[in-house]
Ligand binder design. Structure first.
Ligand SMILES: Nc1ncnc2c1ncn2[C@@H]1O[C@H](COP(=O)(O)OP(=O)(O)O)[C@@H](O)[C@H]1O
Ligand SMILES: [Mg+2]
Length: 396
């Protein structure tokens, strides 16, 4: 099928889409490379070869689908009545709620306004059940597959829903783990108190599971560009230089207070011991009309924190390693990149441990989290806050 890669209303390239293989097999013409996903534009500037571009375009498009490492993917595919996540990619023009790219069939007279999911409602209830329910017998109907849920990234079970006109992303826990949604809510509360720009996660329940709920931080004029895309064509040096180059790129593109905002993310990661700050879990927001880099993306995906992978009911195991660009590093090391830690008013966190403890207890009848575990989680959180207090006190 001949089609056009669109960025909202701008034509980027004309290609042939193979509906059996769910990928591209030919590029006819590149119309406006500037409006291509940043990673593709960078590849194209590196090597102006159409076959190379075709491969990268294909890789990028397949990467829009639900990843193979999604928790309980087999079950989800069964409930969606499909055999591979790639089958979903062309069901709704490849549209997403995190950017404005879509694949327009060449001969079809449709506009972005008619198809985008920011304005146009979608049927989410069946997908939500298929994705988040533990015991559902639902097999989702073909018509219900026209949703932005076809193009979500990440490991956790999740679903886009509409509530009172607002698009929200619901996320569950990984396998039988229940702590992730609570960590998201904690990250938002800490950020609110410290004045960090974080996505406002709240808690909700869906069929006896606790999920986190956050509004979409993208609108019809913006896209998320992850640090992975931004760093992709940059030279790799040592890790600290990689970080500096990243901050410099943001500053050169006019993002105000870029360094401070990136630092804030690492401060938050320190406090909650978030281990999953890989390069696709942060980035920037770009205006899709002017291509201006607008801001650092609000902090999102903070669930893998407070020692989730190491919990043991019989002993207290504390891991102290986080992610810093291409390395796994102790939080105590990562925090050193913050230039002026004294700017943090740590007293704003007074009472936050008690707040979190109460939240964990409030949902205990659903999560069945033991008192021992709640106690340990609060000890760890308290310890990190005290550690940060000391770092602030001892800094110049
Ligand atoms: N509030 C949001 N608005 C727009 N896009 C989002 C939002 N939250 C997450 N995303 C997109 O969805 C992807 C998956 O979400 P994330 O929270 O990272 O899930 P996971 O924990 O499974 O990695 C993100 O990488 C991002 O592209
Ligand atoms: Mg993620």
């Amino acid at each position: 099928m001949k089609c056009i890669l669109m960025n909202k209303n701008t034509e980027v390239a004309v290609m042939d889409y193979n509906e059996v293989l769910h990928g591209f097999d030919r590029v006819y013409e590149i119309i406006d490379i500037d409006y291509a996903p940043l990673i593709l534009k960078n590849y194209y500037e590196e090597e102006r070869d159409e076959l190379f571009f075709l491969n990268k375009l294909d890789e990028w498009f397949r990467g829009r689908g639900i990843p193979s490492w999604r928790d309980k993917l087999d079950l989800l595919l069964h409930r969606l009545n499909i055999s591979a996540a790639g089958e979903l990619l062309d069901k709704a023009f490849g549209l997403s709620l995190s950017d404005q790219y879509w694949i327009k069939p060449y001969d079809l007279d449709i506009s972005y306004d008619e198809v985008n999911f920011f304005d146009n409602d979608f049927d989410y209830s069946e997908f939500m059940e298929a994705s988040l329910s533990l015991n559902s017998k639902t097999i989702v109907k073909e018509e219900a597959l026209k949703t932005p849920n076809n193009t979500t990234d990440g490991m956790l079970k999740k679903a886009w829903i509409i509530d009172d006109g607002v698009r929200y992303l619901l996320k569950g826990g990984y396998k039988n783990e229940v702590l992730q949604p609570f960590n998201e809510a904690l990250a938002s509360e800490i950020s609110r108190r410290l004045g960090f720009e974080c996505v406002p996660y709240t808690l909700d329940t869906y069929k006896d599971t606790v999920v986190s709920k956050c509004p979409c931080f993208i609108n019809k004029d913006t896209e998320l560009i992850t640090a992975y895309q931004i760093r992709n064509n940059m030279k790799r040096n040592d890790n600290e230089e990689d970080y500096e180059d990243y901050v410099k790129a943001l500053e050169e593109h006019g993002i105000v207070n870029a360094r401070e905002k990136v630092e804030n993310m690492f401060i938050l990661d320190f406090i909650i011991m978030n281990e999953d700050r890989h390069l696709n879990n942060f980035g920037i927001i770009r205006d899709v009309n002017s291509l201006k880099w607008v801001d650092v993306c609000p902090i999102f995906d903070n669930g893998m924190a407070l020692n989730i992978p190491y919990y043991d009911e019989d002993e207290m195991i504390i891991s102290g390693n986080g992610r810093f660009f291409y390395e796994v590093k102790p939080f105590d090391e990562i925090i050193k990149v913050v230039k002026d830690i004294k700017r943090i008013d740590i007293s704003k966190l007074d009472g936050v441990v008690e707040w979190f403890e109460e939240l964990l207890h409030k949902y205990q009848h659903i999560t069945n989290m033991s008192n021992t575990r709640i106690n340990r989680i609060c000890i760890i959180l308290n310890k990190q806050i005290n550690k940060l207090k000391d770092i602030i006190k001892n800094s110049q």
